[in-house]
Design a protein around this ligand. Structure first.
Ligand code: FEO
Ligand code: CA
Ligand code: CA
Length: 638
């Protein structure tokens, strides 16, 4: 999601006492031997004991496509030999039986119609096979709304119906999609699986925060039921077949008091929020009247995509955060491990380890698996080691005197707990991806231009660049199994443009230049896909002048080579990527094409920056998925 950090609440200003050194083991090695030298010398010992997959045995992934140049065309550009087809755009009916309202391109669909249509601003997604690679459920997050495009006159007028429509355009879409004999994908309409989950859908609250006094409101005195999920950024999926959707910048939606208290301040809550104006017609978003409502957001939400009547569950044991996503691994004895980044400047990387192993039998057999376990936060040491610090009430200084009498206190105030235990403040942790061959865990740190600025945390080993405008990708290998409390880490790459005038913004990419890495995904062959989200405010000028529009690249992590695979339309971000199991179809989300760099879009000039995907003059640009196939029907990326 784009953020104007010049106006962000400065909620985590103080430096933690653990890392102040600028020494960076990975960088030192990079200077000596280049990137592949770094991988060989630092990771060879780490890779030593790892299981080998068929892809690794075959020599690992090869980037078999011709690089796409940087560009600014109002199009999605993919390599020669590939076709990218827009589909599943905002406003198309999801296929609810008996309720399939057609999209109206002037934004005049009602709130009730929007609740039966694909939401706005697609983000993380996953494909759940129903019939292998021919038919499945595509589950898509809708991160936020541009209300300048959502309503015919944008926000020039404001009323309860507009608030309802904005809430209905948030959340998650469950689409049944199928491929015909020619390889063309379409939405199955009607479908018994079709579903919209919105900011008004009833949900259950489970885990240690359920029933906590800070979770209770006038509408829910028991603190166990809540309406809706919002700002659903990235995602995850579980070994038992459920989808995880993550609430990122939920603080933007609340009207805070003139003088926020310390807890509200730490979470960036402030008067007016970020201009969504929901509280004017939906009073639970007004914290001056319902101060606890905000505590009911900031969670990872579990959804069973196979049962459209199921109630989504907010899993509070995983901690509260501006959650980017939640990516799972499994220990050898079958417990699930969830890695999570909190995308905000100077926030943290988390891991949850379940108490119990996954049981066969799908969601029915694992309904409470994410309610019991241990939450940790990461500390990256300057010597290349790292540790997971347990966030449990009564441990590591998390005492009743300091406000952590119960685990409910810890998870509702996860940021404050992490501050107290001395975790490492990171440069906006976005997506996590786990290498299927080596078990190494990778995380994008998208950027942080305030790193090292006056009164801000200094550079440290894990976040080594002041004014980190370009971002980097860190990776670690657990000491043993995924539940280990220690790890070793280095950087895959520091992003940048070698042509930059500022040496710190040049990076050390071996291959095609990029900045602001965000989406990150390993396909089954072991290719790492990197998606970028440079904000429209920064794109096309200054340090980003040479990088064009946001893009997706492929990386062979064995050699470190990075190659550009896709360039999106102007002012979009590229986010969300998954392939069918046969690797012959790739789905990629194009979010907010043509977004205004300064504010919400102007409804009188909606196509000022982009018309994609419609391309007619005056067209309102729409977030959509692109379906990528190889012309010869081959494997994507080869
Ligand atoms: Fe919604 Fe952190 O990107
Ligand atoms: Ca982002
Ligand atoms: Ca993101």
């Amino acid at each position: 999601m784009p953020k104007d950090f010049a106006t962000m609440e400065d909620s985590n200003r103080s430096a933690n006492p653990d890392i102040h050194s600028v020494s960076d083991p990975a960088r030192r090695i990079l200077l000596r031997g280049g990137l592949s030298g770094a991988i060989a010398s630092l990771f060879a010992p780490l890779l030593g004991g790892c299981a080998s997959s068929p892809a690794a045995a075959a020599g690992g992934p090869q980037l078999g496509f011709k690089s796409v140049p940087v560009g600014t065309a109002d199009a999605v550009v993919v390599p020669e030999g590939y076709v990218a087809t827009p589909a599943f755009a905002w406003g198309e009916p999801v296929g609810l039986p008996g309720h399939m309202p057609a999209f109206r391109p002037d934004g005049s669909n009602s709130a009730a119609e929007q609740a039966a249509q694909i939401g706005m601003h697609h983000d993380g997604m996953h494909y759940f096979p129903l019939d292998g690679s021919r038919r499945g459920l595509l589950v898509i997050n809708h991160e936020y709304t541009d209300d300048g495009l959502l309503h015919p006159d944008g926000m020039k007028t404001w009323n309860a119906e507009k608030v309802r429509k904005s809430m209905a355009a948030h959340g998650v879409s469950v689409l049944e999609i199928a491929q015909d004999a020619q390889g063309q994908w379409s939405v199955v309409r009607p479908s018994r699986y079709a579903r919209r989950i919105t900011a008004a859908t009833p949900m259950q609250i489970s885990g240690p925060a359920a029933g906590h006094p800070l979770m209770c409101t006038a509408a829910d005195p028991g603190g166990t039921r809540v309406l809706g999920t919002l700002n659903n950024c990235a995602h995850g999926h579980t070994p038992w077949g459920t989808y995880l959707t993550c609430e990122e910048n939920w603080a933007f939606y609340f009207n805070g008091p003139e003088q926020p208290d310390a807890h509200q301040k730490r979470w960036g809550l402030r008067k007016g929020g970020r201009g969504y104006r929901w509280h004017e017609h939906e009073e639970r978003f007004d914290l001056t009247r319902h101060p606890n409502e905000a505590n009911r957001f900031g969670w990872v939400v579990e959804i069973d995509p196979m049962d459209p009547t199921s109630t989504p569950v907010k899993r509070t044991a995983l901690g509260r955060a501006a959650h980017e996503g939640a990516w799972t691994a499994q220990t050898r004895d079958g417990r699930v491990v969830v890695y999570m980044g909190e995308d905000a400047q100077f926030e943290y990387i988390y891991k949850f380890v379940s108490r119990d192993p996954v049981r066969p039998g799908g969601f029915a057999a694992n309904r409470e698996l994410l309610d019991h376990g241990t939450l940790y936060v990461a500390r990256f040491n300057a010597d290349g080691s790292g540790e997971w610090i347990e966030l449990s009430a009564g441990r590591n200084g998390l005492t009743a005197e300091r406000g952590f009498a119960t685990q409910g206190d810890v998870v509702i105030k996860t940021r404050q707990a992490s501050d107290l235990v001395g975790a490492t403040k990171m440069d906006r942790p976005e997506w996590v991806a786990i290498d299927p061959r080596s078990g190494e865990v990778y995380c994008t740190l998208t950027n942080n231009t305030r790193r090292g600025a006056d009164k801000q945390p200094a550079v440290d080993a894990a976040n080594p660049r002041a004014n980190n405008s370009m971002g980097h990708i860190i990776r670690w290998k657990e000491d043993g199994d995924f539940d280990a409390t220690r790890f070793r880490w280095n950087h895959l790459v520091l992003a940048g443009d070698p042509a930059n005038s500022r040496p710190e913004a040049r990076g050390n990419i071996r291959g095609d230049a990029f900045g602001s890495p965000d989406g990150l995904w390993f396909d089954d062959r072991g290719t790492l896909w990197i998606q970028t989200d440079a904000h429209a405010t920064n794109m096309y000028k200054g340090e980003y002048a040479g990088l064009g529009s946001n893009m997706m690249l492929a990386c062979d992590v064995k050699t470190g080579e990075v190659r550009r695979f896709l360039v999106g339309p102007p002012n979009c971000e590229i986010t969300g990527v998954v392939c069918t199991p046969d690797m012959r179809t790739m789905f990629v989300n194009i979010q907010h094409p043509g977004e205004s760099p300064t504010d919400r879009s102007d409804p009188d000039q909606p196509d000022r920056y982009s018309r994609w995907p419609g391309m007619q003059p005056g067209n309102r640009p729409r977030s959509a998925t692109v379906i990528i196939r190889k012309r010869d029907g081959g494997l994507i990326g080869t």
